[in-house]
Design a binder for this molecule. Sequence first.
Ligand SMILES: NC(=O)c1ccc[n+]([C@@H]2O[C@H](COP(=O)([O-])OP(=O)(O)OC[C@H]3O[C@@H](n4cnc5c(N)ncnc54)[C@H](OP(=O)(O)O)[C@@H]3O)[C@@H](O)[C@H]2O)c1
Length: 161
Amino acid sequence: MKLIAAVSADWGIGKDNQLLFSLPTDMKFFRTMTKGAAIIMGRRTLESFPGGKPLKGRENIVLSRDPSFCPEGVTVVRTLKDLPERPDAFVIGGEAIYRLLLDRCDTAYITKVDAVAPADRFLPDLDALPDWELAEQGEPIEENGLTFRFLTYRRRQEEAL
Ligand SMILES: NC(=O)c1ccc[n+]([C@@H]2O[C@H](COP(=O)([O-])OP(=O)(O)OC[C@H]3O[C@@H](n4cnc5c(N)ncnc54)[C@H](OP(=O)(O)O)[C@@H]3O)[C@@H](O)[C@H]2O)c1
C-alpha cells in the first residue's frame, strides 16, 4: 500500500480534526494520485471532510469500531483483520490509521511544508525510521505564503538494512 500525507516541518498533520494548511496545489496532487483508487482512512478523517461525506471517484474504506457507524457510500471496516488486501490502496490518515498501517506501506508521498503550526496529530518522522529512505525530492513550491515540496519515501529493501 501507499501512504499520502501533508506534514509540517515537525511532521504535524492536523489540529482539532482539521488540516494544518490550505494548499490548492497539494489538494490537486492528492486528487490526481488517488483518483479511481481505494483510499483507507479513520472515522475521524471522514468526519473532517465537507459534510462528513466520502470523496467522489474513489472507494472510501473507513476504519471504525463503532457498530452504529455505517454512512452511505463508504465501506466500513471494524477491525484490522477485516481490511481487504489492496496493494494499490492509499492510506490517507489520520494519525491513528497512519500508525496502524505504516508497516504495510512501501511508498509514502509526503508534502512537506517548510513551516510549523500548532498540531495535535502527527505522522511518524520518516527521516528517523531506519526502514524508510527519501527517494525523490521535488523543487520548492510557493503558495499562500508557504513553501513546500513533494517528497517520495520508500521502504528500504531488506538487504539494505
Ligand atoms: N495532513 C494530512 O495529510 C492529513 C490526512 C488525514 C487526516 N489528517 C488529520 O488527522 C486528524 C485525524 O486523525 P486521528 O488520529 O484523530 O483520527 P483518524 O485516524 O482519522 O481516525 C481515528 C478513528 O479510526 C478508528 N480506528 C482507529 N484504529 C482502529 C482499529 N484498529 N480498528 C478499527 N477502527 C479503528 C476509530 O474510530 P471509532 O472511534 O469510530 O471507533 C478512531 O477513533 C485530523 O486533524 C485530520 O485533519 C491529516
